[in-house]
Design a protein around this ligand. Structure first.
Ligand SMILES: *Cc1c(COP(=O)(O)O)cnc(C)c1O
Length: 416
């Protein structure tokens, strides 16, 4: 039987434990929501001050060159690339995940439309339980194109093989499901799409910085993802898009703004896409927010995805073990796969009063979140979550459940 002392011993031996000091977390909070909004790297405050006071305030417009503002999407992309199995010149940090998905999906559809054999394909396969914006963006794009594209929604990963066929243009999947924490096998799933002649677009929102990803090795075609979750870029920080070298020449996206132009400062009246990854850009970026992305990436550079993954699995295993042992009297249902290969870095449990229980947890400093239907979600971020945090969070959960110390009539906030 695991005890709190065992947890403290594991913390003492944890090679990642010193990194926690690089984050500013409020006292009395156990933060289990880094899968939704990553904690603040301490360095972000000084960086924001520098960008605002010096680069903007003092250097003014010269900073587009002198402070490297214009190159920032590419420079940050190169820093991020190793975390997802990309190489230099394949990633830009820019825009939002929703917008990048729109570009990636549109480009993938156009690649297929230009292929003599596959041009007639009109089906996009995705999951009904995908994060809604992914589905919405696909719906918006296909409705606007008005060329007979349809979405085929599968209800579980097991339905994927049967859903991908000779009509499938693109398979668009989120690698780690935001609700269940289920992780697809990227290599096998990419191969499955390719075997039917489809392209595959991956959303790495819950993967980047959380689980090892090897896009090039695993045969992905295009990918997008978030920096404000496990990469700790800050609220609303710009997202990223990955276009592998081999597809860059055929990558054409409809948001052809001047930052994606071959010669942005020639101010020519005709659009000519840049060579390489810059063609994935659109327009001027939110520099203050973009600059802070580097602070989160800097912490990641001090460790490896293998070390993060090892601790992530240890934390999620411990959480599952403790909840099942110590809260056994309560109607909690594990939603997240037990199998390591199928698990991301968060754990979800259902409870009939999941929303109210989560509000009670938050009131006592254990910050997770709630997702319909009845799902309590707990994110584990190995950079700043300790084994003792897991123990303490489960004890607070047990106490709330044992004493039924939650308000079933709790009013729902729009964002929790
Ligand atoms: C968090 C998340 C997003 C967020 O998209 P935004 O454009 O940043 O709002 C998109 N897709 C998935 C799968 C996510 O988990």
């Amino acid at each position: 039987m695991t005890t709190r002392n065992h947890c403290l011993e594991r913390d003492a031996q944890d090679p990642l434990a010193p990194l926690r000091d690089q984050f500013d977390l409020p006292a009395g909070v156990i933060y289990l929501d880094g899968n939704s909004l990553g904690a603040r790297p301490k360095a972000a405050l000084a960086r924001a001050q520098q960008v605002i006071a010096q680069e903007w305030g003092h250097d003014l417009i010269r900073s587009w060159n002198s402070a490297g503002w214009f190159e920032l999407p590419k420079r940050l992309g190169n820093l991020l690339a190793p975390l997802i199995g990309g190489v230099d010149g394949e990633v830009v940090v820019t825009d939002t995940t929703s917008i990048n998905l729109f570009k990636a999906l549109a480009a993938a559809l156009m690649m297929q439309a230009h292929d003599p054999v596959r041009a007639g394909r009109r089906v996009i396969v995705t999951e009904r339980s995908n994060f809604p914006t992914d589905i919405y963006m696909a719906q918006g794009l296909t409705a606007w194109l008005d060329r007979g594209y349809t979405l085929r929604l599968i209800d579980s990963p097991e339905q994927l093989p049967a859903a991908v066929d000779a009509d499938t243009a693109v398979v668009m999947l989120t690698h780690v499901n935001y609700r269940t924490g289920y992780q697809y096998d990227m290599q096998a799933t990419s191969a499955l799409a390719h075997a039917s002649g489809a392209l595959i677009v991956w959303d790495l929102a819950h993967s980047a910085g959380a689980v090892p990803v090897d896009l090039n090795k695993d045969g992905a075609d295009l990918a997008v993802g978030c920096t404000y979750k496990y990469l700790n870029g800050g609220p609303g920080a710009p997202a990223f898009i990955w276009v592998p070298k081999k597809l860059q020449a055929s990558f054409q996206q409809p948001l052809s703004g001047w930052w994606g132009h071959a010669a942005p400062f020639a101010m020519a009246p005709d659009f000519q896409p840049a060579d390489g990854i810059a063609r994935a850009l659109c327009g001027t970026q939110p520099i203050v927010s973009l600059a802070l992305v580097e602070c989160g990436l800097d912490v990641h550079r001090q460790t490896t995805m293998a070390a993060i993954r090892a601790k992530s699995l240890a934390l999620t295993d411990l959480f599952i073990e403790l909840v099942e042992a110590r809260c056994a009297a309560h109607p909690l249902g594990l939603v997240t796969p037990r199998e390591h290969a199928q698990r991301g870095s968060h754990v979800s449990f259902t409870h009939p009063h999941g929303y109210a229980v989560m509000q009670a947890l938050i009131a006592r400093g254990v910050i997770g979140d709630y997702r319909e239907p009845a799902i309590m979600r707990f994110g584990f971020t190995p950079l700043y979550t300790s084994y003792a945090d897991v123990w303490d969070a489960v004890e607070i959960l047990r106490d709330i459940l044992d004493r039924q110390d939650y308000n079933v009539d709790a009013k729902r906030d729009a964002v929790t």
